[in-house]
Write a protein that binds this ligand. Structure first.
Ligand SMILES: C[S@@+](CC[C@H](N)C(=O)[O-])C[C@H]1O[C@@H](n2cnc3c(N)ncnc32)[C@H](O)[C@@H]1O
Length: 286
């Protein structure tokens, strides 16, 4: 797994009958994954006026991102995935959709993005693709723009003499991406890598990495933080227990708001838009 053509073939022919939710089972479901693992890691950057999601698949995380912005742009190299997102979010007028060639962000205006996000997708993309996206994001992000990329780190595990991989690759990871290179790609692009969390995805090897980055000189800039997290899957196991206990695995239905009650009097009522926004955050429709 690695080239753009291989990715296009794999995801174009994948059995998407569960929409990607099957990859959330270790967390007890996608809702649990979002609230326990993803949301805390991006909290500093959202809500944001204009979000770009790279490689949304069938919209597993898109369903949460769409409630955190005024405008959401999704870009994926697989036509079938973009078609599925269009259908799934047909009722949302603030989402736009683009099929790309696996590396181009030409469809996005320069200086227009506040937050860029990609999860569980670029782990399959080789390092030239990560470099290409970051190079363009240096232009596409607004002055205080920031990003979160989940990418591979197997490129850090190579024999110095032969270049051969020194660890197993059971999760279809791209083999050329190394976390340290991503820091360098950021620098070259005019970005600053804020943090890297090296995670062991289903094993002992720190095979994946969550990188956050920002535009050089932005309000988010600070010294680089690095966290080796070999116990990442413990977090998922904990989330699974919580999801089972509190029904985030779907065992308890979501409370749907009753029809809005007329407010008799009092100045403290929040504007309707705020309630709509909160509803969206807590129980995204899809
Ligand atoms: C494993 S799925 C994950 C989808 C979604 N992020 C999720 O978590 O459910 C991988 C997705 O990445 C997309 N993808 C892979 N390589 C890509 C690239 N270079 N550029 C854009 N999309 C890519 C695929 O088309 C597919 O939709």
């Amino acid at each position: 797994m690695g080239t753009i053509a291989e990715n296009q073939d794999a995801w174009g022919h994948y059995d998407w009958s569960k929409g990607g939710d099957e990859w959330s089972h270790c967390w007890g479901g996608t809702e649990s994954l979002w609230w326990t693992t993803l949301f805390p890691r991006v909290r500093r950057f959202v809500p944001a006026p204009r979000i770009l999601e790279i490689a949304p698949g069938f919209g597993r995380i898109t369903q949460y991102l769409k409630g955190l912005c005024d405008e959401l742009i999704v870009v994926d190299l697989t036509e079938r995935c973009i078609a599925a997102c269009r259908e799934r979010f047909a009722g949302e007028s603030h989402i736009s959709y683009h099929v790309n060639d696996g590396r181009s962000l030409d469809a996005i205006a320069d200086g227009s993005i506040d937050f860029v996000f990609s999860y569980d997708s670029l782990v399959h993309a080789e390092t030239d693709v990560i470099e290409a996206y970051l190079a363009q994001l240096g232009r596409k992000l607004r002055p205080d723009g920031a990003g979160f990329f989940h990418h591979g780190n197997l490129g850090s595990f190579r024999d110095a003499a032969s270049g051969a991989l020194t660890v197993a690759n059971p999760h279809w990871r791209a083999e050329s991406t190394a976390a340290a290179d991503v820091v360098r790609y950021c620098e070259v692009a005019g970005l600053v890598c804020l943090s890297q969390e090296l995670v062991a995805w289903g094993g002992d090897v720190l095979n994946d990495c969550f990188s956050t980055f920002t535009v050089r000189g932005s309000v988010y800039e600070r010294s680089y933080q690095r966290f080796e997290n070999p116990r990442f899957m413990d977090e998922a196991a904990r989330a699974l227990e919580l999801a089972r206990t509190y029904g985030l695995d779907g065992a308890i239905p979501l409370r749907r708001d009753p029809a809005p009650r007329p407010v008799a009097r009092g100045p403290a009522s929040a504007p309707r838009g705020l309630f709509a926004r909160l509803r969206e955050l807590v129980s995204p429709s899809s």
